[in-house]
Design a protein around this ligand. Structure first.
Ligand code: GLU
Length: 359
């Protein structure tokens, strides 16, 4: 038996992998995926499964009456379909002698550090008990700004939170295609630090929707900076998870860069969840973006404070023309930051250990 190259992984399964042309859950694919995860568990690989398909499964069983809004339609289909989806998984895992658990989350669950840590404790406890966590967005309550872009984003946040070795995104395509030549070819390996992968993505509507290749690449890019390997592969290929975990060259692999410690991972993932912002001058930008010296953000470099925040909240750091420089955890409230703005001799508003500079 080949030795697994990963010990802890997040596997994200797209709706298009587990539903057939008729929109119903595909029993053969579900059999195959659960058998593969069971085989990985037997090799002591910890797996967190993030599965889409609630709305799809709902569509296969509900006949909607009356005039529902798109939001109501999604809520009804997801709330109904999620039961089918989770049962489909849990019945199959039981056949392999394994327990599984359902975790439904919203974007808000990643907003507050304490809530984030509670969520992480739950995942850790489940893995410790050898129970497979099966995650989906809580589509019944997640509406507009509380929604993830898609489950690729959600699974990326979980991969980062759990500091997994690899994040495997299974869809119904073989990977990221090199579109520069005449023949389409899957790119086996991408070093996100040295290659601009966006050149391989054909701009078009399909690439930007929920589950599009562009979101996948952006998440891969971000996770790679956090030291996590990302794979994009075809989930309908038999044995695909085994192949990836055995280190076989299948699909597209985004190489990891150096790892960041826990709090910075959380801050790096806080984009869009920040409670306020500080605007900083050019001198402060130069100091914060100097790769040779780690600098904290001092009040003297701050020219403006926006929003309402408390000590411990994540805030955005912007230039005077609105460019986002980074994100950090505030050491004080917005009131205190306003009171000391532009002044020398005060404590940092963001300490460098709690500051993430956008690349
Ligand atoms: N949470 C949605 C579902 O279960 C899927 C979201 C996505 O496709 O990324 O249907």
């Amino acid at each position: 038996m080949t030795h697994p190259v990963y010990r802890k992984i997040v596997v994200k399964v797209g709706t298009n992998v587990i539903t057939g042309r008729d929109g119903k859950l595909d029993p053969d694919i579900l059999d195959s995926l659960t058998a593969q995860i069971a085989a990985l568990a037997a090799q002591c690989v910890e797996v967190i499964l993030v599965s889409s398909g609630a709305v799809g499964a709902g569509r296969g069983i509900v006949t909607l009456a009356g005039n529902l809004t798109p939001v109501e339609t999604r809520q009804v289909l997801a709330a109904t379909g999620q039961i089918r989806l989770i049962n489909a998984y849990s019945d199959r895992f039981e056949k392999h002698g394994m327990l599984s658990a359902q975790i439904l989350v919203t974007k808000g669950d990643f907003r507050d550090r304490q809530h984030y840590l509670n969520m992480r404790t739950c995942f850790m406890a489940l893995l410790h008990q050898k129970i497979v966590p099966i995650v989906n967005e809580n589509d019944a309550v997640a509406v507009t700004e509380l929604m993830f872009t898609d489950n690729d984003e959600l699974s990326g946040l979980i991969a980062s939170m759990m500091q997994v070795d690899a994040h495997i995104i299974l869809s119904n395509v073989d990977g990221l295609f090199d579109l520069s030549g005449d023949t389409k070819r899957v790119i086996g390996e991408i070093d996100p630090s040295s290659r601009n992968f966006s050149q391989y993505i054909r701009p078009g509507k399909s690439e930007f929707g929920r589950g599009g290749m562009l979101t996948k690449c952006n998440i891969a890019h971000k996770l790679s900076r956090l030291g996590i390997t990302v794979h994009i592969a075809n989930g309908t290929i038999p044995g695909i998870l085994q192949s990836i975990v055995n280190g076989d060259p299948v699909g597209t692999r985004f190489l990891p860069q150096k790892s960041k410690h826990g709090i910075k991972r959380w801050i790096a993932n806080s984009e869009g969840l920040e409670k306020g912002a500080v605007v900083i001058n050019d001198g402060a930008i130069a100091a914060l973006t100097d790769h040779d010296h780690a600098s904290s953000l001092l009040p003297v470099g701050i020219t403006g404070v926006e929003g309402t925040f408390s000590k411990g909240d994540v805030i955005r750091v912007c230039s005077e023309n609105g460019t986002v420089i980074g994100y950090g955890m505030a050491t004080c409230s917005d009131e205190k930051a306003r009171a000391t703005l532009g002044q020398k001799g005060h404590k940092p508003v963001i300490h460098y250990d709690y500051l993430y500079i956008v690349p």
